[in-house]
Design a binder for this molecule. Structure first.
Ligand SMILES: Nc1ncnc2c1ncn2[C@@H]1O[C@H](COP(=O)(O)OP(=O)(O)O)[C@@H](O)[C@H]1O
Ligand SMILES: [Mg+2]
Length: 288
C-alpha cells in the first residue's frame, strides 16, 4: 500500500476582496509515495506546494479529487497521529525553551510522564539541540528554530513526515544539518514528503521529484530520470595529458562537444573551506 495517494486534486480560493474571480491553486494533481519513500515537490512561489501539503495533512479540503494517507481519507482523525507536519512559517512561543516547546507539543499529542521525558530527550539529541535545550526560542537562530520545528513534527513518532520548505531562510551549513537529519529519518524508514524551491537540496534527499508549475504537475520521476540528457554522454578523465585530449578529439570528430575542467559545486567548496578552517581554529592556528 502506498503511504500517500493524491488523485486528481483541485483546489481554488476566492480572489481578493473587490477583485472577484477565483485563484486556481492546484489543478488536477495526482501523485503517490510508497511507504518509506522520500518525495520532493519543487516549484516556484505560488505554484501550489503549500496548498497540496495542507490538503494532505487535513488543514484544507480539496474541491475535487481525493487525498489518502495510509489508505485513509485525510478527514480521518486517525491520520493525525500518523502524520508529522512542519508548516512553512512555523509559529513558536518564543518565551519557551526548546525543551519546554517539545514537552508542550508532546502533551498535546497525549504523551506524559517518563515517556514524554524520554521522547523529548531523544528528539533534542536527534536534532542536535541538547546543549540549547534550556535556552528560550527567542535566542535561537533560524536554523535552530527549523530544527525545533522538525523535532515538534516528530514528537508523536509519526510514519509520514510532511515538511514545507524545511530549510527556508537557513544558511548552507544549517541546511546541510537539516538535510542530514532528513536522510537519517529516511534510514529509519519514515515516509517523507517535502517541498522546496532549492533544487539541489531536493536532488540530494529525494527518491522521486515532482515539478509543480501554476498548480499543475508538469514533470515527475526519479532525479536520475529527470536530469538525464539522452543526447550527450560525459566522460571524466583523471589528469589527462594534452596529447590524450587531442587524440580523443580527433577520434570523436563531429561528435565532440566540449572539454572543460571538472567542477565542484560552490556549496561543497564553501562547506569544505569552512570545515577546514574550523578544524584549524580548534587546533589553535591563528587567523591569517
Ligand atoms: N488562503 C488562501 N486564499 C487565497 N489564495 C490563496 C490561499 N492560499 C494560497 N493561495 C493562492 O494559491 C496559490 C498557491 O499558493 P501556495 O500553495 O501557497 O504556493 P507555494 O507554496 O508553491 O508558494 C497562490 O496563488 C496563492 O496566492
Ligand atoms: Mg509555500
Amino acid at each position: 500500500m502506498n503511504a500517500v495517494e493524491i488523485e486528481n486534486v483541485h483546489k481554488s480560493f476566492r480572489g481578493h476582496r473587490g477583485k472577484g474571480g477565483m485563484v486556481y491553486a492546484v489543478k488536477g494533481v495526482s501523485l503517490s509515495i510508497p511507504s518509506g519513500g522520500v518525495y520532493g515537490l519543487i516549484g516556484p512561489n505560488g505554484s501550489g506546494k503549500s496548498t497540496i501539503m495542507k490538503m494532505l495533512v487535513g488543514l484544507l479540503s480539496p474541491h475535487e479529487g481525493s487525498c489518502r494517507v495510509f489508505g485513509r481519507p485525510t478527514t480521518d482523525t486517525a491520520n493525525r497521529r500518523a502524520i508529522g507536519f512542519l508548516p512553512e512559517n512555523p509559529y513558536f512561543y518564543k518565551f519557551l525553551t526548546g525543551e519546554e516547546t517539545l514537552r508542550f507539543y508532546g502533551r498535546l499529542c497525549g504523551l506524559g510522564g517518563r515517556a514524554l521525558r524520554e521522547r523529548v530527550g531523544e528528539l533534542l539529541e536527534l536534532v542536535g539541540l541538547k546543549d540549547a535545550a534550556g535556552r528560550r526560542l527567542s535566542g535561537y537562530s533560524k536554523g535552530m528554530l527549523q530544527r525545533i520545528g522538525l523535532a515538534q513534527a516528530l514528537v508523536q513518532d509519526p510514519q509520514l513526515l510532511v515538511l514545507d520548505e524545511p530549510t527556508a531562510g537557513v544558511d548552507p551549513i544549517g541546511s546541510r544539518i537539516i538535510r542530514d537529519m532528513i536522510l537519517e529519518l529516511k534510514q529509519r524508514g519514515l515516509t517523507i514528503f517535502l517541498c522546496s524551491h532549492l533544487l539541489e537540496q531536493v536532488q540530494e534527499v529525494c527518491d522521486r521529484v515532482g515539478i509543480l508549475y501554476q498548480g499543475c504537475l508538469i514533470a515527475e520521476g526519479t532525479v536520475d530520470e529527470l536530469t538525464r540528457d539522452a543526447h550527450t554522454r560525459q566522460v571524466t578523465l583523471r589528469d589527462p595529458s594534452p596529447a590524450l585530449l587531442e587524440q580523443m578529439r580527433a577520434l570523436a570528430g563531429e561528435a565532440w562537444v566540449s572539454s572543460s575542467p571538472g567542477r565542484l559545486s560552490l556549496e561543497s567548496v564553501f562547506i569544505s573551506g569552512i570545515r577546514t578552517r574550523a578544524e584549524q581554529d580548534k587546533a589553535g592556528h591563528p587567523c591569517n
